[in-house]
Write a protein that binds this ligand. Structure first.
Ligand code: FMN
Length: 413
């Protein structure tokens, strides 16, 4: 192996015997094409779905299932020891059980016991298998030990069945792996594990008639980055998403809404048992006072009727005042066009939230962009500037501050 090869992050892709094994080929392609050195370790059962030749050819590395091959290289120890990330996708109910109980009867299960790096499981199975208390306890055990077990998606399963247990979109599992790798060894302990966080994203649309609405330019990208980074740090995430085309991040429960009133209902419903709520959505302050059930028509020789507006509920202030859990952290966003920091400080005091992410927005600024720049204001007077960079970096800084507050609450400080 030359120097350049060794510089590549080393990923072990464990494939267990679920029907979704074929979807792991796309995950493998994305990992190799983005510069990772991938060693595929399939289980014997998985070879019924995708053969060894496919894994070797796509990865450029041997793909063996048993500990008895190339014994002089001691693969049952070396593969796990040398990995920067192990991702088991798909993870069968059987594999979760073996991993939770420390069974080591093939190369993949041995690798899971020797890996010191972050470990991600992407379970896929029928709903009954997923919901079975045995599987749920195994998942809880793995999460407690620091593994990242992605919640399966809801949708079409093998045959005619639908429900929870579907393998998430491989592109989104890849994104999650990329985020975990970017966090480096810190990701070996998922610091938001066991936490439920609610994130709102996107913009609301306030209808005037069946074809028109008052909306805003929010793309949802900042909120989606917050949801995806929280999932990559082990949180259970509910994403309340308004009017965006973005794909669902892997392992995130997405609730779609249209208007500010719907957003309020969805956020309050999800916030009941949440440890943190981050309101990144661009919620309309006002809505038309009346909704025309038929399309509003032009009338010859007449000026249009003026549109009168009424206030929408202030969801951030409501959440901040009525926290269902003692210690629930509430984070707001302030999109300002001028006097950014001064307006931010006034808003933090008025809303009563713990943190306020203040950023400057405009027609060609922030909205729709993959990048952002902000200052995070806290009630203790601290200010955390986040330099211009990817929205994911801002998201990670928000979660660093939230995780710090969780830790302080746990310490009683
Ligand atoms: C057609 C077929 C599809 C299967 N799909 C799944 C699945 O999606 N998830 C799962 O947990 N088990 C599934 N199984 C059962 C596993 O293959 C079985 O539990 C096996 O022992 C898993 O071995 P492994 O965990 O070592 O790969 C399936 C079996 C068959 C025959």
């Amino acid at each position: 192996m030359d120097k350049q090869e060794r510089a590549k992050p080393r990923v072990v892709l464990g494939v267990s015997g679920g029907i979704a094994a074929y979807k792991a080929c796309e995950l493998l392609r994305r990992l190799t094409e983005s510069g990772h050195d991938v060693r595929v370790v399939p289980t014997a059962a998985s070879l019924n779905f995708v053969g060894e030749a496919t894994w070797s050819a796509l990865s450029g590395n041997p793909a063996t299932t048993e500990v008895w091959e190339s014994v002089h290289e001691v693969p049952h120890v070396r593969i796990g020891q040398g990995a920067d990330l192990v991702v088991v996708a798909p993870a069968t109910a059987d594999m979760l059980a073996k991993a939770a109980h420390g069974i080591a009867d093939d190369l993949l299960t041995n690798t899971l016991l020797t890996a010191r790096c972050p470990v991600v499981f992407a379970p896929a199975m029928h709903t009954e298998m997923w919901e079975n208390p045995a599987t749920q306890e195994n998942v809880a055990t793995l999460r407690r030990r620091g593994a990242l077990v992605i919640e399966p998606a809801v949708g079409r399963l093998t045959g005619v069945d639908t429900g929870k247990g579907r393998f998430p979109d491989p592109a989104q599992i890849f994104e999650l792996c990329r985020r975990v790798l970017a966090r480096g060894p810190r990701a070996a302990t998922a610091d938001l594990a066991g936490r439920h966080v609610v994130v709102s994203a996107g913009g609301t649309r306030e209808p005037l008639d069946p074809v028109r609405y008052l909306g805003n330019r929010s793309s949802g990208r900042q909120g989606y980055a917050l949801a995806a980074t929280a999932a990559a740090r082990g949180a259970r995430v509910t994403l309340v998403a308004g009017n965006t085309e973005l794909p669902d991040p892997a392992g995130v429960d997405v609730v779609r809404i249209g208007t500010a009133v719907q957003l309020r209902e969805a956020v309050l419903a999800a916030a009941g048992d949440a440890d943190a709520v981050v309101m990144a959505a661009a919620v309309a302050d006002f809505r038309p006072s009346e909704y025309a059930t038929g399309k509003i028509k032009k009338k010859d020789g007449q000026e249009p009727e003026p549109v009168t507006l009424v206030r929408n509920p202030d969801i951030l202030a409501e959440l901040s005042a009525d926290r269902p859990n003692r210690g629930q952290i509430v984070v707001g966003f302030a999109a300002e066009t001028d006097d950014v920091l001064a307006n931010g400080r006034t808003k933090l005091a008025r809303k009563g939230c713990d943190l306020l992410v203040v950023n400057e927005v405009g027609e060609h600024k922030t909205f729709g962009s993959a990048e952002n720049e902000a200052v995070i204001l806290a009630t203790d007077g601290s200010e955390t500037p986040v330099p211009h960079g990817p929205k994911e970096a801002l998201a990670d800084t928000v979660w660093d501050l939230v995780a710090g507050r969780f830790a302080a609450t746990a310490d009683g400080s």
